[in-house]
Design a protein. Structure first.
Length: 244
């Protein structure tokens, strides 16, 4: 994936927040301002991306996990799609407290999700009352939304890839407690000191998030010796099969 200035500008990666909302610690990553909106220095964005790519590839080649996190409306679908394409776990709906610091509880909830899936697929489900079926379906849908992306998180991840660490502050805090590295797309209202490898950029634009997270997913695939285009084709085929 190209990292040219033209590509980054077309995706709006350089657009920060209004100057009145900035975090002064972001000063080294800001090029200037235009119409009271901060402009992010894209040279710093590229540096952050290259550092993140190098680290992610070392992690993946060592056989470790990368957990993608992004629950804001603009990021949720992108996080799920790109993490799935890269073959990594993700949180795209809601960060459950204890996801990293209380893994046993999360595993028990995953066990309950699998129980519900098996029950709904069995003949036994039809024997329940309509009211009970409705209750079990509601429980399943809620658990599926919150836990489906964590099925492959069978051990602590080596790194979290985060969109907007201000929004995902609970994930950042848990990662710190567990001494897990954090890579984050950070806008001008964020505190870069809260993450290990900041990537300054617009964390509200869908095109910006898609570009940055897609680049990081490509980096993981290349470390696995899988061409990103091949992974996209496989993911599309899998989605079509699921739709059938």
């Amino acid at each position: 994936m190209s990292l040219s200035a033209k590509t980054l500008i077309e995706a709006g990666v350089h657009h920060g927040h209004r100057a009145s909302r900035w975090n002064p610690k972001m000063r080294p990553y800001i090029y200037g301002r235009h119409n009271q909106v901060h402009i992010i220095d894209l040279r710093e964005t590229v540096r952050g991306l290259l550092r993140a790519r190098k680290y992610l590839q070392a992690v993946v080649r060592a056989g470790s996990l990368v957990l993608f996190v992004g629950t804001k409306r603009q990021a949720s679908e992108i996080i799920e799609r790109q993490a799935t394409r890269a073959g990594m776990p993700f949180v795209s709906e809601r960060w459950l407290g204890g996801t990293l610091t209380n893994a046993d509880t999360i595993r028990r909830r995953l066990g309950r999700l699998e129980e519900l899936e098996a029950l709904r697929a069995s003949d036994e489900f039809a024997l329940y009352s309509k009211k009970m079926q409705s209750s079990l379906n509601r429980e399943y849908r809620k658990m599926y939304r919150n836990l489906n992306g964590l099925r492959t998180l069978n051990r602590d991840p080596e790194v979290l890839v985060i969109v907007d660490p201000k929004k995902e502050k609970n994930a950042v805090l848990e990662a710190k407690k567990k001494q897990i590295t954090t890579i984050a797309l950070i806008d001008t209202n964020c505190d870069p000191d809260q993450v290990d490898l900041p990537i300054p950029g617009n964390d509200d634009s869908i095109r910006s998030i898609e570009l940055i997270i897609g680049y990081l997913a490509d980096s993981i695939l290349l470390a696995k010796n899988i061409a990103p285009e091949q992974a996209t084709e496989m993911d599309s085929a899998s989605s079509e099969g699921a739709a059938e």
